[in-house]
Write a protein that binds this ligand. Sequence first.
Ligand SMILES: Nc1ncnc2c1ncn2[C@@H]1O[C@H](COP(=O)(O)OP(=O)(O)O)[C@@H](O)[C@H]1O
Ligand SMILES: [Mg+2]
Length: 276
Amino acid sequence: MGNTPTSQSTRTICVTSGKGGVGKTTLSVNLGLAMAAEGHKVVLLDGDLGLANINVQLGISPEYNIMDVVKGRKTLAQIVCHTPFGMDFIAGGTGIPQLANLGEADQTAFMDAMGSLTGYDVMIIDTGAGIGANVIRFVLAADDIVVVTTPEPTAMTDAYGIVKTIALSRPKPPITLLINRAASEKHAQQVVSRLTAVTKRFMSGLSLELLGHVPIDPLIEKSIYQQRPHILVNPNAKSVALIRAAAKRILDPDYQTPVTGLSGFFQRVMSFVSDR
Ligand SMILES: Nc1ncnc2c1ncn2[C@@H]1O[C@H](COP(=O)(O)OP(=O)(O)O)[C@@H](O)[C@H]1O
Ligand SMILES: [Mg+2]
């Protein structure tokens, strides 16, 4: 076995989209579980303020969130939910927008708390849709950005919008595309080509890679009603094999972007905010 991960060695992967309802939460949960099944230590951070539905998908209801840590009511260890599925979970809740308004002492306390979050190989951040300030600072701070879109024209237009915003604020953004509800890999590649054709107009150096694709699968919908993660209840589904492949790919040593660790990540999350 390798070295025990510290907060310095945690890869941060932000899952985002232009349009809502394209499958960010579903894919964040299942990608995380796929990584956990491969032996990676994974923590999922719910960064979506509006719809905290990771808890729904995992069938757990966290009592506390990041705000409790910021306010010193709880330690970080006390707000981490250990799910029965081998992956941990942190509710961002109202603490996420509050990060923007912390005084220096609170910021330091928060950073110290985050620095104590050790032992994880990967933190996946599930964000809300769109280009709001709360989403963008996670996106700008993460080691990897997974933009989820479907082949639908409206979703693609919004994906283009978020890619453009990211690219204008972050040089050489580490974006990969995960195409949900795609009929085939060829179909997913067509989506990537179409997006690339338009992004090229404003960012010649920007290359958008396909991380993977997931077909429409009625079992996904069903698993959400059951509040049991798809990958666990339907391990033999084709969509599960494709989710596993995407999870493997993003952690593939040959393609990996550099890891900056959790302290760096949260420092950037807060500095983007105070710059505004
Ligand atoms: N590949 C898929 N096939 C079928 N249904 C899907 C698929 N991906 C997501 N869904 C369904 O779409 C809905 C929205 O997904 P969700 O992950 O909540 O999106 P987001 O987090 O982007 O808003 C959920 O009800 C989910 O069951
Ligand atoms: Mg969601």
